[in-house]
Ligand binder design. Sequence first.
Ligand code: HEC
Length: 170
Amino acid sequence: MASLFASLGRSLIKLLIVLPVIIGLSISSPAMAAQWDAETLTVPAGSGGQQVTFSESEIKSASKLFKSNCATCHNQGVTKTNQNVGLDLEALSLASPARDNVDGLVNFLKNPMSYDGEYSIADTHPGISSSDVYVQMRSLNDDDLRLIAGYILTAEKVQGDQWGGGKIYF
Ligand code: HEC
C-alpha cells in the first residue's frame, strides 16, 4: 500500500514538471505559427491583383540575400541616405509605377528608376543593368530577385513597426 502511494507521489511530481512545459508550448506555438501563416507569406505578385505565396524557408534565405546585398543602406527597411524612400509598404505603393508587389520590385532591381519613374538611377543604385559597376548584382539571378522582393513585402507583416522605422516623412 505504502509503495502504491509512493509511486503515485512520484507520478504527481512528474506531472507537475511536465504540465507547465506543455502549457508553455501550447501558449507560445500559436504565436509563432501566426507569424509565418499563409496570409503573412502571401503578397501581391504584380499590379493586376494576382497573389503569390512564398514558403517560410524562401523568406529566411531571402533575408540573408537582403542582409548581404542591401542592408548596408536599407537596414530594417529604411533608406539611410533618403529617409523619404523607405522600403515600407506605403512608400513602395506610392512609387510610380507602384513597387508594393513582386514584379514592381524585381523590375526596380533590374533597372532602378527614380521614385516618380521619370529617370534611371542605375548609376547610383545597385541594379542588374549596372552590374558592371555594382558587381555584387552579378551573383543575383531572377529567382534571387523574386525572393528579395518576397522578403521586403513580408517584412512589415512579420516585424511590424520595426521595419521601415515607423513613418518618418518630411
Ligand atoms: C548604396 C546604398 C544602397 C544599396 C546598397 C541599396 N539601396 Fe536601395 N535605395 C537606396 C537609395 C538612396 C534609394 C532611394 C533612391 C531614390 O529614389 O532616389 C533606394 C531605393 C530603393 C527602393 C525604392 C523604394 C521605394 O519606396 O520606392 C527599393 C525597392 C530598393 N532601394 C531596394 C534595394 C534592394 C533590394 C537592395 C539590395 C539588392 C538595395 N536597394 C541596395 C540606396 C541603396
